[in-house]
Design a binder for this molecule. Structure first.
Ligand code: BES
Ligand code: ZN
Length: 647
């Protein structure tokens, strides 16, 4: 009896549960997924079959529940063809988290047994995971285009899945497409030499030429890392003999390759800090401008918004960041979205370590941490400084975890790791992170497990002053993780480059519409200093200190309205709209139709909406079909429009 109790305690899954999945993942876990998709790019739907190898990990089961979101489910059946009855219910009245698909099994299955089953279903343009674009919406205008975006909880709109980062599975896929509708297709997987058995052939094989492409992802991954892109796209290496590749529409390929020629060096810089890249190759897809975020770390196939291609290399931190996810996020994964900093905080930490190795500008790292801290603070104010969304452990029960997306897991997580590093020491901290990766690779964990590991590691290594270090680590830990608002300990990133950027904006305010003597300093600024200058202008505008005459003088000197670098341009537009400037509405409307990256368009819409709601709505309506469904929904909320999702 006592033995039984002890063994059940040992077996108990000690990690936090995921409140954002409807699946019974604690009892049964998928080990392998196979997708067969027949793409109808023009008609915007996908005929799909998904096949699974579920392993029972609880005592026994007689049903399997999966997450779905606006998928059309046709049939569920066992590998031997026996149909299984299924039902669909919505545990929450609002459908933001989707529905639950319940599959009744033919018998009871016990711990250790496998259940192999398949689902026939289709995906249409209601799917929030896939953006179907017409050829007119692409750059080369020759073929339709589609891309997926699954993080956080959108892969349930791609296939019935255990949509939780807690579960990892390998996957294979067969993608069938018309040669007139796509030049090529890529997934977050390797191309497979093996051709998988086709379950459903295209019906009109005589009329069209269909192409077949086979993929395999041998590393177990969480379902939010499944990804696909198809269209008039092409893949080229970014350097000779390297591991890094680039995918985009052919008209942009040459310029992008030129700007990304250091990609291999980025990977080397990250490896220098953290150890070898184990995934094989690394491919970056530059998506159309409606891609709703800066970058997404799909394994072997990062997606990025073209706004990272500024022509000057100033946007490439996103590439380093997404590469760094190959270790933190894709190798070790957070067990639920409340622990997102286990992905993002660690990734920002590694990104900045690698940037320091590659560019060797310590001030730039500090300035980026300051910029990050400012946006984090703005996000906290948005949620409320007392809201648990302002902590490193947001509670998303009953909500779409996307709603808790903010800079907080990135920057508070980064500051926490810096703080821990300052206690442990740089060298020991680096070795600890390497050991942590070796220990938990291909697993999903929560922050408590990280703490356990950190302490165990330091003790086992016999580091100096272990007990003092242990005390310091634990002293503020829970406040770092659970308390809302600013970190419990101030982490100092100040540098005289910060003062210089702030002096510069002050000089413009003091010059009161004339040209300050130091106006040419801007040209020598680091990119991060330029951002800080523009952030400061915004702050001044909020305090009614930015006069329109000053706006005119700055624009005359620095030509910011004509700026090609959107990281600067969006900050400029936000600042001048907040100052009340109505002289650049046309350029602002153009900008809002040229990029669909949330980080850049939401702040501008917010400022525009405050100044002139009608013009904001009119601008939105004129670009509505350009935006990704996720961005479109967010803008609708910002503008206070009551609108239903485009069906
Ligand atoms: N994993 C994120 C993107 C993400 C997070 C998508 C949460 C959906 C939900 C990605 O790695 C990321 O952080 N992208 C940033 C850029 C980065 C340099 C901070 C972005 O898109 O802005
Ligand atoms: Zn990230």
């Amino acid at each position: 009896m006592i033995l039984l109790v002890i063994s059940s305690i040992i077996c108990l899954q000690a990690y936090e549960i995921d409140v954002n999945t409807f699946s019974n993942y604690l009892d049964v876990q998928n080990r392998h997924l196979h997708l067969e998709w027949l793409l109808n790019m023009d008609k915007k739907y996908i005929n799909a079959t998904s096949s699974y190898s579920f392993q029972v990990v609880g005592r026994q089961i007689n049903k399997i529940s999966l997450d779905i979101y606006k998928l059309n489910i046709y049939s569920t059946y066992l590998k031997n063809g026996v149909l299984l009855p299924h039902t669909i219910d919505s545990p929450y009245a609002d459908s933001d988290q989707g529905q639950r698909l319940n599959i009744q099994l033919d018998r009871t299955y016990y711990r250790g047994e496998y259940v192999e089953l398949s689902i026939k279903y289709s995906i249409d343009s209601k799917s929030r995971a896939i953006s179907f674009m017409t050829k007119e919406q692409t750059s080369t205008k020759t073929m339709p285009y589609l891309f997926s975006q699954c993080e956080d909880a959108n892969c349930r709109a791609l296939a019935p899945l255990q949509d939780t980062p807690a579960i990892k599975q390998t996957y294979t896929a067969t993608i069938i497409y018309k040669d007139t509708e796509a030049k090529d297709v890529f997934m977050s997987a390797d191309e497979s030499k093996e051709q998988f058995k086709i379950l459903n052939k295209p019906q009109d094989e005589a009329t069209f030429t269909w192409k077949y492409k086979y993929f395999i992802q041998k590393v177990p991954i969480p379902s939010y890392l499944i990804a696909i892109v198809a269209g008039n796209i092409q893949k080229v290496p970014t350097s000779t003999g390297g591991r890094t590749f680039l995918v985009s529409e052919p008209d942009k390929l040459a310029a992008y390759t030129e700007e990304l020629k250091e990609m291999e060096q980025f990977l080397l810089a990250i490896e220098q800090y953290i150890g070898p890249y184990t995934w094989g190759t690394y491919t970056l897809v530059i998506q159309p401008p409606s891609f709703p975020i800066g970058g997404m770390e799909n394994p072997l196939l990062t997606f990025a918004n073209p706004s990272i291609m500024t022509g000057t290399g100033s946007g490439l931190a996103v590439t380093i960041h997404e590469m760094a996810h190959s270790w933190f996020g894709n190798t070790i994964t957070c067990v639920n979205w409340a622990n997102m900093w286990i992905n993002e905080g660690f990734t920002v930490f590694l990104e900045r370590k690698a940037s320091l190795i590659h560019y060797n500008i310590p001030d730039d790292i500090k300035l980026n941490a300051i910029i990050g801290n400012t946006s984090m603070y703005q996000d906290m104010l948005g949620y409320g400084l007392e809201s648990n969304f302002s902590s490193l452990h947001p509670d998303t029960t009953g909500l779409n975890p996307d709603d808790s997306f903010s800079e907080i897991p990135y920057e508070k997580g980064y500051q926490f790791l810096n703080y821990l590093e300052s206690i442990v020491g740089e060298q020991d901290f680096k070795m600890m992170l390497r050991a942590y990766l070796a220990q938990y690779k291909y697993q999903s964990i929560d922050q408590q497990e990280f703490q356990n590991f950190l302490l165990r590691y330091l003790q086992e290594q016999g580091v100096d002053d272990y007990s003092t270090k242990r005390y310091k680590i634990l002293e503020n830990w829970n406040r770092w993780v659970y308390s809302p608002g600013l970190p419990p300990v101030f982490v100092d990133f100040s540098t005289n480059k910060l003062t210089q950027a702030l002096d510069y904006s002050n000089a413009y305010i003091t010059a009161d519409g004339k040209q300050p003597t130091n106006w040419q300093d801007y040209k020598t600024f680091l990119h991060s200093q330029k951002q800080i200058f523009l952030e400061d202008l915004f702050k001044k505008a909020e305090n009614n200190q930015l006069k329109l005459t000053v706006v005119e003088q700055i624009d005359k000197d620095l030509k910011l309205t004509q700026e090609n670098d959107f990281e600067l341009k969006f900050r400029w537009f936000r600042a001048i709209l907040t100052a009340g400037d109505k002289n650049r509405f046309m350029q602002i409307a153009d900008f809002l139709g040229a990029v669909g990256r949330g980080k850049m368009v939401y702040p501008v819409y917010r400022a525009l909406n405050k100044l002139d709601h009608d013009f904001a709505v009119q601008t939105f309506r004129s670009h509505e079909t350009f935006y990704h469904p996720i961005a479109r929904n967010n803008i609708i909320n910002i503008l206070g429009l009551k609108d239903s999702f485009i069906q």
